[in-house]
Design a protein around this ligand. Structure first.
Ligand code: B12
Ligand code: SF4
Ligand code: SF4
Length: 315
């Protein structure tokens, strides 16, 4: 089969699996990898030690798997319901980022990638799927594949679907090219995400200081908080503020994926209820959810911090 035919077949398999956005890129990221080096050199990865220790792997997919010659990039929207966090945290409820409302996106997206991986392998090619699970720069790859532009929020934004997108990829030995149709920057004079960030985490447009981001502290950081940790302002797990204010998300269509709908008990919960949760209750109610990344201790710790900051514990 000709290369163009294989690309068409694989792209069709990905569309059938439920990805409205599919593209290819070569995996060469010279400019972006210098930006990444500069980000780590400036210490902007903060407490995310793994972002510094894997720099050499993330410079290009080929550094991770030497046989990679091309990448199929995909995105799937998770814009479910439209309630905004500010309204709920203002009423004393705790906010769970909407990406964690439903079934763990790693599992959902990986399952959708599998048929295309199998197809590539049947056609005699090496293929390895990733959803935030391989050390590659997913946003930079997706931008090169024509899936969107990188906004001042640092997120990949599609002009129609906005930024509530999960990204995934299939690394392959099939040589592929960057999309000739890159999406042009669409931020213009807007800077709502930078102004809307509760912790002022953007030192420059598109550049995030992870040591200020609430996602880092509420999800990634284990144990007690050092004095430099910012106030949580009602955020229990992750944060959506820089996305909620983005005009692209305000007009984006809702996602059709059933698996991303909020699960019982985790949409804007009362912090008092989470702080008092037993390990068994946590285990039952978070099975198959991305919330497990913060572990039981992390979620209870976060809820206590919200209460200490003055969040109300009522039901
Ligand atoms: C580490 C990480 C985090 C960290 C650090 C975030 C960060 N901005 O780096 C923390 C824990 C804070 C985090 C938070 C979130 N994350 Co996160 N995260 C990642 C991860 C694992 C790596 C990101 C990374 O490489 N960072 C390093 C920086 C340097 O890379 P970068 O921002 O991609 O920057 C590139 C471009 O922006 C560009 N660039 C940036 N600045 C400049 C400047 C110049 C001059 C140039 C030329 C280029 C350039 O080049 C850079 C590469 O060097 C990715 C998955 C992956 N493997 O890619 C998910 C990922 C980025 N996260 C994701 C999500 C959903 C989130 C949250 C929304 C979750 C939440 N609601 O709480 C927040 C959003 C915060 C934000 N505004 O970015 C999605 C983003 C989807 C999208 N539409 O873009 C990803 C892709 C996971 C996925 N598979 O869907 N995340
Ligand atoms: S996720 Fe929240 S804390 Fe992090 S950059 Fe966006 S608005 Fe700021
Ligand atoms: S809020 Fe404005 S500046 Fe920020 S990403 Fe969206 S369009 Fe760009």
């Amino acid at each position: 089969m000709e290369r163009a035919e294989i690309v068409q077949e694989v792209a069709a398999a990905l569309s059938r699996a439920g990805f409205p956005l599919v593209g290819t890129c070569s995996g060469r990221l010279e400019e972006e990898s210098s930006a990444y080096d500069a980000w780590v050199a400036a210490g902007l990865h903060g407490p995310l030690g793994y972002m510094a220790s894997t720099v050499h792997l993330r410079r290009a997919p080929e550094a991770f798997l030497p046989w990679v010659r091309g990448v199929f990039c995909v995105a799937v929207p998770y814009n479910t319901r439209r309630e905004f966090s500010a309204a709920w945290t203002g009423r004393g409820r705790a906010w769970v980022s909407r990406y964690a409302w439903g079934r763990d996106y790693h599992k959902v997206v990986m399952a959708k990638l599998r048929p295309a991986v199998r197809l590539l392998r049947r056609l005699g090619h090496l293929a390895h799927a990733g959803v935030d699970t391989v050390p590659v720069m997913e946003r930079a790859l997706a931008a090169r594949a024509g899936l969107g532009f990188i906004g001042k929020s640092g997120l990949l934004i599609h002009p129609r679907y906005g930024s509530y997108l999960f990204l995934g990829e299939i690394l392959t030995d099939l040589p592929l090219e960057d999309s000739p149709d890159r999406v042009a920057d669409g931020c213009g004079e807007c800077a709502l995400c930078m102004k809307g960030c509760p912790t002022r985490a953007f030192p420059r447009p598109g550049v995030l200081d992870a040591s200020r981001c609430l996602s880092t502290w509420t999800i990634e950081h284990p144990g007690a908080f050092p004095p430099e940790a910012p106030a949580f302002s009602g955020h229990l797990f992750g944060c959506d503020r820089c996305q909620e204010v983005c005009p692209y998300n305000r007009r984006a269509p809702l996602a059709g994926e059933e698996a991303f709908r909020p699960r019982e008990g985790w949409f804007a919960p009362a912090p008092g209820r989470i702080a008092a949760m037993t390990k068994e209750e946590w285990d039952d109610s978070t099975r198959g959810s991305a919330l497990r990344r913060a572990r039981y201790d992390g979620l209870v710790r976060n809820a206590r911090r919200i209460l200490e900051e003055g969040g109300r514990g009522g039901q």
